[in-house]
Design a protein around this ligand. Structure first.
Ligand code: PHE
Length: 455
């Protein structure tokens, strides 16, 4: 059965464009901000090992499934399940995706806002401190203040709005074509710089020598969440991007390249941060502040530091934008294609909800930091959105997508899509089906139970 190609749908222009755009969605704050802080909090090497296993065994197969479902149906996550004649219940995967995308957009915009503040401070020369303690207090004064983080969050969401409201696929493709390679080059330079610092080897040991006794349920749950978060998986983003693939895109190869490049960026970020952390005599357990304290300290020590800092925060801002554009597409495609709203209305609604979530998340470090729910438990919106989306909703969505692809989608259709109608051979097809049918659903379920303390 050939793919039903809808000619009105935009497609990516070139093969490089496909990779750059999917990598553009995958690479972002997840790699450069979230990976180092999660690795730092969860024992370094132990976390990295679990993370890589999750990417290979669960991430790549689910990524192939999302691409395949998207391209084969040429539709968003709701339309895709309808086109595949799945029962109404499968719509819930779409609702999970929308909820996850809104939650992620909320807290992600706050961190993207921090990036904008650091870009601004680099330009005006406001990051000229002499030691790590000064960077530490600078970050905590800024992040706990009430209006400045909100201002940047709102500004970031407006940038995102201006792009998504126009639906500019071509613009994203062009931007990613330049931004991703430039980011790579910069990261490699910083990496070499960090590796030459005194005590750098302690950082390498921390990141690459797994201490098996540190592999706890919390570490495994966090690694799974990080893998799905970093690959933009489980919420239909990659399904939507798959629907823009041309009919000769090699899906399995694209998924493997995307996952490899994404993991490479995370490891490069680790190779920049951890040698520096140990060289500065810091503890790696700093939480969300880690990267915003360590990176500016590194730049301050480099010759031409201000230029490096401006370049880096600018590229990180673009990388965050290409990620939020892709996550916004989940709810906008739903509202415009399923609920028949105009693109402007859909984008505005998405913006309005994200603004509320974004402000609540931004205030979680300052005014709302000690919020208590009727004396029952503490609520920190930032952590709540981050934890619920990455560690629960995305793996849940990914599990359901793999069950769908492994058990419900006609095998011939899956094979036809992955082999481009028989034109290319996919040697790993049986292995992939095995992962989607058994391995991914069972592993994700086990990790959930483990996280709930059932084992
Ligand atoms: N993968 C992106 C990152 O690492 C975040 C993201 C999650 C983007 C979910 C889209 C959907 O920064």
């Amino acid at each position: 059965m050939a793919d039903s190609i809808n000619n009105n749908r935009a497609q990516f222009a070139t093969r490089l464009g496909i990779i750059a755009t999917t990598v553009g969605s995958a690479v972002g704050l997840g790699n450069i901000w979230r990976f180092p802080y999660e690795a730092g909090n969860n024992g370094g090497g132990a976390f990295l090992l679990c993370y890589i296993l999750c990417i290979v065994i669960l991430g790549i197969p689910v990524l192939c499934a999302e691409f395949a479902i998207g391209r084969s149906t040429q539709s968003n996550i709701f339309g895709a399940f309808r086109a595949l004649k799945a029962s109404g219940k499968w719509h819930w995967v779409g609702y999970i995706g929308i909820l996850a995308s809104i939650m992620i957009l909320s807290f992600y915009s706050v961190v993207a806002g921090w990036t904008m503040e650091y870009l601004y401070q680099s330009i005006v020369g406001g990051l000229n401190f002499k030691n790590i303690d000064a960077f530490h207090s600078h970050f905590s004064t800024f992040s706990t203040s009430n209006w400045r983080p909100i201002m940047w969050t709102v500004l970031f969401l407006l940038c995102n709005y201006i792009i998504v409201v126009r639906g500019v696929k071509k613009g994203i493709e062009k931007m990613s074509n330049i931004m991703i390679p430039a980011l790579f080059v910069l990261l490699i330079i910083f990496c070499i710089n960090s590796l030459m610092m005194p005590n750098a080897s302690e950082g390498l040991t921390f990141l690459f020598t797994p201490d098996f006794s540190k592999i706890t349920p919390k570490v495994v749950v966090s690694a799974l969440g990080q893998a799905f978060f970093s690959l933009s998986l489980g919420l239909g983003t990659m399904m939507t991007y798959g629907s823009y693939f041309s009919k000769d895109t090699h899906i399995v190869r694209s998924a493997t390249i995307t996952a490899s490049l994404d993991t490479l960026v995370a490891i490069l970020a680790g190779l920049i941060i951890f040698p520096a952390v140990f060289s500065f005599g810091m503890s790696p357990v700093q939480g969300p502040a880690l990267v915003f304290e360590v990176l500016p300290s590194i730049f301050a020590q480099m010759p031409g530091g201000q230029i490096w800092s401006i370049l880096f925060f600018f590229l990180l801002f673009l990388a965050s934008l290409s990620s939020t554009i892709s996550m916004s597409e989940v709810s906008i495609a739903f509202l415009s294609e399923e609920k028949k709203m105009s693109r402007t209305k859909a984008s505005t609604l998405n913006l309005a909800v994200a603004l509320v979530g974004g402000v609540l998340s931004a205030l979680s470090f300052g005014y709302l930091s000690n919020l208590n729910f009727f004396g029952l438990f503490d609520i920190n919106f930032f952590n709540f959105f981050d934890f619920t989306s990455s560690n629960i909703l995305l793996p849940l969505g990914g599990m359901l997508i793999s069950i769908f692809a492994g058990w419900i989608l006609e095998r011939s259709r899956l094979k036809d899509t992955l082999t481009n109608g028989g034109k290319i051979g996919v040697r790993t097809f049986s292995l992939l089906v095995l992962c989607l049918k058994y391995l991914a659903p069972i592993c994700i379920m086990l990790i959930f139970l483990l996280g709930l303390g059932i084992f």
